[in-house]
Design a protein around this ligand. Sequence first.
Ligand SMILES: C[S@@+](CC[C@H](N)C(=O)[O-])C[C@H]1O[C@@H](n2cnc3c(N)ncnc32)[C@H](O)[C@@H]1O
Length: 215
Amino acid sequence: MSTASAPHPHTTRRGIKRVLQNASRAPAAVFLRELVTNPRAMGAVWPSSRQLAKRIAAAVPCNGTGKVVELGGGTGAITEALLARGIAPDRLVVVERAPGLVAVLRERFPRVCVIEGDAVHLTDLLRDEGSVAVVVSGLPLRSLPPRVVARIVRAASEVLDPGGLFIQFTYHLSPQRSLSQRFAAVSSRLVLGNLPPARVWAFVNLRCAETTPVP
Ligand SMILES: C[S@@+](CC[C@H](N)C(=O)[O-])C[C@H]1O[C@@H](n2cnc3c(N)ncnc32)[C@H](O)[C@@H]1O
């Protein structure tokens, strides 16, 4: 057998290295790395299923001009469903704190504005974004520290239009109590096709137009 067609060892090694590099940048690998290094901020063992993401997106009205802001984009399961629902890419803003996941989101959705930052600083992060009609949260509000959650909830209420919608999913039976001071629940749907099954809650922002934001 001729050895002329056998790949040079360097080529093989480079090939293997490239495969490993690509594999480590794959969305699932980045998700798992984040889960290992920052479990409380991830709050889930796996990205949302298509069924859950579709149910969340279905709670978002397609019409209107205000921005749709997604918090905690992760690998983009919900982002993908929002786009499939017909939300225009230039209406969508995704906020994600983990740089590795920000890179995944920017690569997957080049036409969507992906902001790297902490949702605690939402008012600053969205300063130039104009009116916000809907906030879709993929944040693990049950596993984040209560003080952090309180700041995020307050910031979300301040950036969101009065009467705007806040969508949150949870693996628990009841909605987050942390939301009840600033939001009122308007609907909830159970999604069995997710690991674990989840409930999608829609809340309306109770802030009135003339209310001065609480410092
Ligand atoms: C449960 S994962 C959800 C990911 C994706 N939305 C999904 O449904 O598959 C939670 C995401 O929220 C992000 N996150 C957690 N705390 C955050 C914060 N304070 N600000 C912005 N993103 C945050 C995590 O990095 C992670 O990507």
